[in-house]
Design a protein around this ligand. Structure first.
Ligand code: ADP
Ligand code: MG
Ligand code: MG
Length: 249
């Protein structure tokens, strides 16, 4: 699904990613953990095509296709979903209407016709029931006055509707409260299949109590320095990151 080889990325000549290698297969959930400032959010931004970072070496491939020349929207159309991509408030545009536009744009980019209205309604009904999102929520203005939990719910709804091949969830440093964590985890667990993959980026172990990863990688100073199974997350929770540092020297 995703293949990252020797990825180096910089911002203003400061190198942040220093040779990342990562292979994610369909059906897998990978977690990236690491101390603050290690480059986790940079990695998710670079995969999504954020142009504030310069890729100086290496490659990112989705289903065998090199993404180097693709803009963020093009990557999204190919099936990369990054949470926190649409945190904008759009007064007067409902959650539903925003979704309809996003879906039809994606279809257009992939050479498909607009989704017929009845099919769209069916999809909205199906996904909102799956995620236990109520009707009233769907008609509210996008992100306007949304609580943290509602923003998460909206994001997960977007993810469910768009059915991405690769979903990247970057739990920001601000952290999520327990309800928001459950919303995210519940959504991810329901949407996970053999045809998609999930990359969960998190500073803390707690999200991984709800989304069980197949693999855990530790990112430190722009490099993946250790990989393991889900038990690695518990080890990090217990012992912090310093023991890895000392293992490295
Ligand atoms: P993490 O998500 O692991 O906390 P980040 O990827 O946010 O780490 O940041 C990694 C490093 O890159 C930090 O030293 C941070 O200061 C720097 N950095 C990130 N974004 C920018 C930016 N827009 N401008 C300058 N430096 C940045
Ligand atoms: Mg940070
Ligand atoms: Mg971060």
């Amino acid at each position: 699904m995703l293949s990252i080889k020797n990825l180096h990325a910089s911002i203003e000549d400061k190198e942040i990613l220093k040779g990342i290698n990562l292979e994610i297969k369909a059906g897998e959930v990978h977690a990236i953990m690491g101390p603050n400032g290690s480059g986790k959010s940079t990695l998710s931004a670079v995969i999504a095509g954020n142009e504030t970072f310069d890729v100086t070496e290496g490659s990112v491939e989705l289903l065998g296709e090199d993404l180097a020349d693709l803009a963020p929207e093009e990557r999204a159309h190919k099936g990369i979903f990054l949470s926190f991509q649409y945190p904008v408030e759009i007064p007067g545009v409902s959650v539903t209407n925003f979704m309809k536009t996003a879906i039809n744009e994606t279809r257009k980019a992939n050479g498909k016709e607009e989704m017929p209205a009845n099919e769209m309604l069916k999809l909205i009904r199906e996904k909102s029931e799956l995620l236990e999102i109520d009707r009233k929520f769907l008609s509210r203005s996008l992100n306007e006055g949304f609580s943290g939990g509602e923003k998460k719910r909206n994001e997960i709804f977007q993810m469910a509707m768009l059915e991405p091949k690769l979903a990247i969830l970057d739990e920001t440093d601000s952290g999520l409260d327990i309800d928001a964590l459950r919303i995210v985890a519940n959504g991810v667990n329901k949407l996970k299949s053999q045809d998609n993959a999930v990359l969960v980026i998190t500073h803390y172990q707690r999200l991984l109590d709800y989304i069980i990863p197949d693999f855990v990688h530790v990112l430190m100073d722009g490099k993946i320095v250790k990989s393991g199974g889900k038990e690695l997350a518990y080890e990090l929770e217990e012992k912090g990151y310093d023991w890895i540092k000392s293992e490295l020297v």
